[in-house]
Design a protein around this ligand. Structure first.
Ligand SMILES: Cc1cc2nc3c(=O)[nH]c(=O)nc-3n(C[C@H](O)[C@H](O)[C@H](O)COP(=O)(O)OP(=O)(O)OC[C@H]3O[C@@H](n4cnc5c(N)ncnc54)[C@H](O)[C@@H]3O)c2cc1C
Length: 393
């Protein structure tokens, strides 16, 4: 008779090494739990390293003129992150690099957009500043007839890989690469031939949360994907971080800028460009993005540039209208929690939800087992623009 392998027993096992899992792994370790994290690919390889790295404070979401629940919960997050960046927060993030300390909002089109930008600015916190003309980012000063208004939001843009590195640094030996093949509601699972068990298993696996629900045989719809086709264009001599607004809550374009290694920048374009792009093939998206950029920035030569796209999904809990849910969410089955932060910004709030659950169920640190030696360490993924296939149009 073949003997069943003895399970490696932990307090908590996490699946998924994006920002949510890495943040949670740190807070759990700090609270004394024996925790390991299993990543099937590379750390940050889902949405995290493809994100625009903006720590939102809610302003972008009040453009309708009403403060939504989502905007209110987001508004509390920057303070929490700043505490960690400054070294007195819940995780030491002093090594994280900022690519910009602020973001801007500017009217990217119609007269209506001036009203929208102004309306948003009225609802936002006192630190939001209307810029004088000579303070506009260089690329907006190029626009001959452009008068603004341009608002500066005190919201940081992160160099996301440095965030992943800073979150991974205290977790040496606990971040393992493995393939989940079995999962039981009592907290037992099989990973790359190893049997593991924990008091609690948490999935922060983005689109991979669907794998967990399948293995648990959950029939009801719990997840949604909202696809995006982000556009990348290089090389620009100027950096820009912010949202080009037209009379619509969704920015016409959201721009972040990333060093291209040759003294210039890759512009990474989100907002409506990426949402519309998700409905098109790559070629059509690129032509659409080029046209949009030529309309928004007519003084830049968009012909002589290289272009690429990143296609992927925002992985979220199911919302009947298919909209962005108002905040982080946990689904529970037995000893399994399945979590979605819904925004990078919300990773600390998702961790709070897990801690509420641990408190409620009185789950305390018990296990002493060392991470299974058979599983390799997970390494960190690349940015989309480092691995993209670039082309001229
Ligand atoms: C283009 C884009 C731009 C964005 N910009 C912003 C922004 O500026 N600000 C903001 O706040 N939010 C932003 N977001 C949202 C934000 O990126 C996500 O909400 C956040 O990164 C989700 O983190 P996560 O850790 O839950 O998931 P992910 O980052 O997707 O990580 C999931 C991880 O789980 C792994 N995995 C999958 N299946 C399994 C499995 N079976 N076993 C083990 N591991 C598994 C994956 O390989 C991956 O590493 C953006 C999202 C996108 C797509």
């Amino acid at each position: 008779m073949s003997k069943k392998p003895k399970p490696h027993v932990f307090d908590i096992i996490l699946f998924g090494g994006g920002v949510a899992g890495l943040w949670l792994c740190n807070t759990l370790k700090r609270a004394g739990y024996n925790v390991i994290l299993i990543e099937k690919d590379r750390l940050g390889s889902g949405q995290t390293l493809a994100s625009q790295g903006m720590i939102h404070g809610g302003q972008k979401y009040v453009l309708q003129g009403a403060v939504t629940g989502h905007a209110t919960s987001l508004a509390k997050m920057p303070e929490r992150w700043n505490a960690s960046f400054e070294g007195w927060g819940e995780i030491d993030l002093t090594a994280v690099k900022m690519i910009s300390d602020t973001q801007i909002m500017w009217p990217a089109g119609s007269i209506l957009s001036d009203v929208a930008v102004l309306g948003a600015a009225k609802l936002v916190n006192a630190e939001t500043r209307k810029l004088k003309k000579d303070e506009f980012p260089e690329v907006l000063r190029l626009k001959k007839k452009f008068k603004g208004p341009v608002y500066e939001l005190p919201e940081k843009v992160l160099e996301v890989r440095s965030l992943v590195q800073a979150l991974a640094a205290p977790l040496k030996g606990r971040l393992l690469k493995g393939e989940l093949t079995e999962l039981l509601p009592d907290g037992q699972c099989a990973v790359s031939g190893q049997v593991l068990r924990a008091q609690l298993v948490v999935f922060t696996a983005g689109t991979g949360n669907e794998d967990a629900l399948k293995l648990l045989n959950v029939q009801e719809k719990q997840t949604q994907r909202r696809p995006l086709r982000q556009v990348m264009v290089r090389s620009l001599p100027y950096a820009l971080y912010g949202h080009g607004i037209v009379g619509n809550p969704k920015p016409r374009v959201t721009v972040t800028s990333h060093a291209d290694g040759q003294g210039g920048y890759v512009w990474y374009l989100g907002g409506a460009v990426a949402e519309e792009g998700a409905k098109m093939e790559e070629e059509e998206t690129l032509r659409f993005a080029q046209k949009e950029m030529a309309d928004i920035f007519p003084d830049i030569d968009w012909e002589n540039k290289e272009w690429a796209t990143w296609y992927g999904d925002r992985a979220e809990p199911f919302d009947a209208k298919g909209s962005l849910p108002p905040g982080p969410f946990l689904h529970q089955r037995g000893r399994i929690l399945i979590g979605w932060p819904t925004k990078l910004t919300f990773a600390p709030a998702l961790s709070d939800r897990v801690f509420d659950w641990l408190k409620d169920k009185d789950i305390r640190p018990l296990a002493k087992t060392a991470p299974p030696a058979a599983l390799q360490t997970a390494d960190i993924a690349s940015y989309p623009w480092e691995v993209a296939t670039w082309r001229r149009l």
